[in-house]
Write a protein that binds this ligand. Structure first.
Ligand code: AMP
Ligand code: MG
Length: 366
């Protein structure tokens, strides 16, 4: 199959192109599209055949449910069996936006979409292309991230083409995504709401709206050590992994810089080409000590503006695959606002290989 790539102006997308993409989805085909978080691989959420095609195109295990995207909150009651007050509060505060809620599902949602679970994950994205496409497609698009399973999530149409060209009908190119990390997922089927996946909407923001909010114990080190698995099936898999082994260096800033320098230099001495994920501030420090041309140093963003780190993280992980490195060392990004979401993705990419440089305080596990 030839994948058609269509460039769109994000604020004023061409109506005809959106209508054509909508027809692809209504006929049971697949079309990738931009959202404010990452690119999604869209199919008709109410058509089990389309859901099966999504799993096949991504190589995704079929017990890993898909998020249903809607463009109007009025479409929610048709697919959710119970709407607790917390759902209204979250929708008022954060929709359209990077927040997914889990609710008991209605019959209309096929098991193929919900991965056999009795619940459904729902989000209303903010991106105008996404909203118009959902409306043109019948109102319910199932869309996981549009990467091949296990690869970093795509933040541009080029990433989608790298992974899925020839496997899906169409890709809508709306430029680079704004947030760069997948949505926060909140489970509303428990008495106290539970964060199943951290994202741009952090726990503080949720607690201001809902009161007490729990963190899925399967996401924390303590939970892992006691063998508790994450409740969201997708959070159990290794993910986002670049092809070279990745280590995250944790600790107080000076200690991390010293440790990372030492590790990278000894890799070079051993004839290896190391990659380094640093902040805008620290990248020049490594460039100053490593012999030129023998390493790949990526400045991922500014710690004081941690949304820049979130936005660039997945692209940076992909760059190492193109950059031919043997081993990657990353600073930990324990920033106060998005540190929990950033570290969740980075540690998954690293398969939880952590090197402790000492003197560390974990903001994101609070
Ligand atoms: P992605 O579509 O790639 O952003 O991944 C969707 C994430 O949502 C995966 O981690 C899924 O396991 C999770 N998810 C989707 N539906 C549910 C559900 N009903 N209950 C729990 N987790 C879910
Ligand atoms: Mg994904």
């Amino acid at each position: 199959m030839r994948t058609e790539l269509i460039h769109l102006d994000r604020e004023h997308p061409d109506r005809e192109a959106i209508e054509r993409a909508g027809r692809v989805i209504r006929r049971g085909g697949l079309c990738a599209f931009p959202t404010e978080t990452v690119y999604g691989l869209g199919g008709d959420a109410l058509n089990p055949e389309a859901a099966r095609k999504i799993y096949a195109a991504k190589g995704r295990p079929s017990d890993n449910p898909l998020i249903v995207h809607i463009a109007d909150p009025e479409r929610l009651p048709a697919i959710a069996a119970v709407l607790p007050p917390a759902a209204d509060k979250l929708m008022d505060a954060f929709w359209p936006g990077p927040l997914t809620i889990i609710l008991p599902k209605k019959e209309l949602v096929p098991d193929a979409t919900s991965g056999g679970l009795p619940t459904v994950a729902v989000r209303m994205p903010a991106d105008p292309v996404a909203l118009q496409l959902i409306r043109a497609s019948g109102g319910y698009i199932a869309a996981p991230s549009a990467n091949a399973s296990g690869r970093p999530s795509p933040t541009s149409a080029a990433h989608v083409m790298q992974d899925l060209s020839g496997r899906i009908e169409m890709v809508l190119d709306g430029g680079e995504t704004e947030i760069g990390l997948e949505s926060t997922i909140v489970d509303l089927t428990e008495e106290i709401p539970v964060v199943l996946r951290p994202g741009f909407i952090n726990r503080d923001m949720l607690e201001r709206v809902l009161g007490e909010v729990h963190l899925d114990p399967g996401l924390t080190d303590a939970g892992k050590d006691s063998g508790i698995r994450p409740k969201a099936p997708g959070m159990r898999y290794r993910h986002y992994a670049p092809s070279a082994p990745l280590y995250v260096i944790e600790g107080e800033e000076e200690a991390v810089i010293a440790k990372l320098k030492e590790l990278a230099l000894s890799a070079v001495r051993a004839g290896l080409r190391p990659g380094i994920i640093a902040s805008d501030m620290t990248a020049p420090i490594y460039a100053g000590v490593l012999p030129e041309g023998k390493s790949l140093i990526c400045a991922v963003g500014d710690r004081k503006e941690d949304r820049t780190i979130a936005r660039n993280l997945f692209r940076t992980l992909r760059e190492f695959d193109d950059g031919d490195v043997d081993v990657i060392y990353s600073e930990a990004f324990d920033t106060p606002q998005l540190g929990m979401a950033i570290m969740n993705r980075l540690l998954k990419a690293a398969g939880h290989q952590v090197i402790d440089a000492g003197g560390f305080f974990k903001h994101w596990e609070q």
